[in-house]
Design a protein around this ligand. Structure first.
Ligand code: HEM
Length: 134
């Protein structure tokens, strides 16, 4: 999650977080935690159809838009845009399932790209942190 800064001394689940600390919620780890999600590394979107998972910040298992006071104000617009884009793709193209696709095995070249993008994002965040309020 985007970094935030504690503006007061606070105790969180037994840990002292001093005022001024940078705080990051590790959503990457939450999403891959088998205690939270069954077979977390499986691409299995039906998992969300089976239970009612709020994605606007009330269910801490899934936080695509963050939570609390700094939750993404564009969440509904984002959801509408994704649905509209998906609808257009489904409408304009004929889709068929050839075989089971493992995205990471099928496109190994994506991995280094993801890592590079990740590195650049971390660099960008570090720069923003210097320049701004993060
Ligand atoms: C699917 C699309 C989107 C995703 C996944 C997304 C995700 C996020 C996340 C994770 C945060 C950080 C929340 C936190 O720190 O707790 C955020 C913040 C923010 N988002 Fe989005 N967002 C999306 C679309 C949009 C759109 C369409 C807009 C505006 C039109 C927008 C405007 C913002 C703004 C202004 C913030 C900063 C809020 C603050 O710090 O007070 N987002 N978003």
């Amino acid at each position: 999650m985007l970094p935030h800064r504690a503006n007061v001394d606070v105790k969180l689940t037994g840990y002292d977080v001093p005022k001024g600390s940078n705080v990051l919620v590790n959503v990457w780890a939450i999403a891959r935690n088998p205690a939270v999600w069954k077979d977390p590394l499986e691409f299995w979107p039906e998992r969300f159809a089976d239970e009612d998972v709020d994605m606007k910040g009330h269910d801490f298992r899934l936080l695509p838009f963050g939570a609390g006071r700094r939750v993404c104000p564009g969440a509904q617009l984002g959801i509408n845009m994704v649905q509209s884009m998906l609808g257009h793709l489904l409408h304009q193209f004929r889709w068929e399932r050839r075989s089971r696709v493992d995205l990471f095995i099928a496109y190994p070249s994506i991995n280094p790209l993801c890592e590079e993008i990740g590195r650049r994002l971390i660099f960008l965040i570090a720069m923003l942190k210097e320049e701004m309020y993060l």
